[in-house]
Design a binder for this molecule. Structure first.
Ligand SMILES: C[S@@+](CC[C@H](N)C(=O)[O-])C[C@H]1O[C@@H](n2cnc3c(N)ncnc32)[C@H](O)[C@@H]1O
Length: 262
């Protein structure tokens, strides 16, 4: 793997340590969002698929279940090992590759689909990630991005969410808006065919802390941020309490794009 920058190294350490949290039982095991994005693309068995920042492998394993020839990639080796074991337990053969999303070790135009779910907010360079995605996709190939977002024009709420996420998990980098992702895709020859923002429940602040092993001092500061959240964030993320648990609804972007054919 090429040399990592500070943000990439922080993510590698964080997810290497916490890999056991992202498999069975994690909320990302529910792949309704993945199905909704991928099923309309009518993928054919044998198509070559790359799942970037695969984590527990939930998205890549779904691609394998459709008969795709799947490569699972991640920056953290323990994640790759667990994702490969999860695929193996279900009877799917997948390849694994250890690399950063911003620097991919593949030839030009060698994948029919690239997916990346709930990870790009950790990337140190979304620009490099999109440029690499466009490079490794074959003409006509699909790109499916699913990630937390904040709708365009909500600067105060975005800054609040940024502070909260950074305290909860210092390897968090930045949430991009649908408009920012769309512009990046367009400038790299990826034609955006669909963007949709849907609410995604954060069901329990305590669970959210434990998943990231958030330091105790940061947990206190996150609780303060929530208690003092501006109205814009309170409304946008529907901050609330259910059965004694602090809950909210992140905004989740699904973006589908297709690489230009000429
Ligand atoms: C929340 S998990 C991803 C979940 C997974 N994609 C799914 O569908 O369930 C985030 C993953 O991003 C990986 N990651 C973070 N920064 C990365 C980077 N710059 N390049 C590659 N992987 C990265 C982490 O190691 C971690 O496995």
């Amino acid at each position: 793997m090429s040399q990592l920058d500070d943000i990439q190294r922080a993510a590698q350490e964080q997810f290497g340590r916490q890999s056991h949290r992202y498999g069975r039982g994690h909320i990302l095991e529910n792949i309704e969002d993945v199905r909704a994005a991928i099923d309309p693309l009518d993928l054919k068995p044998g198509m070559k698929a790359l799942d970037v920042a695969t984590g527990g492998g939930h998205t890549g394993i779904y691609l394998a279940s459709l008969g795709c020839d799947v490569t699972l990639a991640d920056i953290a080796e323990p994640m790759l090992q667990r994702a490969a074991a999860a695929a193996d337990a279900l009877g799917y053969k997948v390849k694994t590759e250890l690399h950063a999303a911003e620097n991919m070790p593949y030839a030009h135009s060698c994948f029919d689909i690239v997916t990346c779910r709930v990870a790009p907010h950790h990337f140190s360079s979304p620009e490099a990630f999109i440029a690499e995605t466009a490079r490794v996709l074959a003409p006509g190939g699909w790109f499916v991005l699913i990630d937390g977002t904040v709708e365009d024009g909500q600067l105060e709420a975005e800054e609040w969410a940024h502070q909260l996420e950074k305290l909860r998990d210092p390897s968090h980098n930045r949430l991009l808006t649908p408009g920012q992702w769309t512009r990046l895709c367009k400038s790299n020859g990826l034609n955006v065919t669909r963007t949709v923002v849907t609410p995604f429940k954060q069901p329990d602040l305590q669970w959210y802390f434990e998943t990231a092993a958030t330091p105790l001092a940061n947990r206190v500061r996150v609780r303060e941020l929530i208690a003092n959240a501006p109205d814009s964030a309170r409304r946008l993320f529907r901050l609330g309490e259910e059965n004694g648990k602090i809950v909210w609804w992140w905004q989740r972007l699904t973006l589908v794009a297709r690489k230009q054919t000429i």
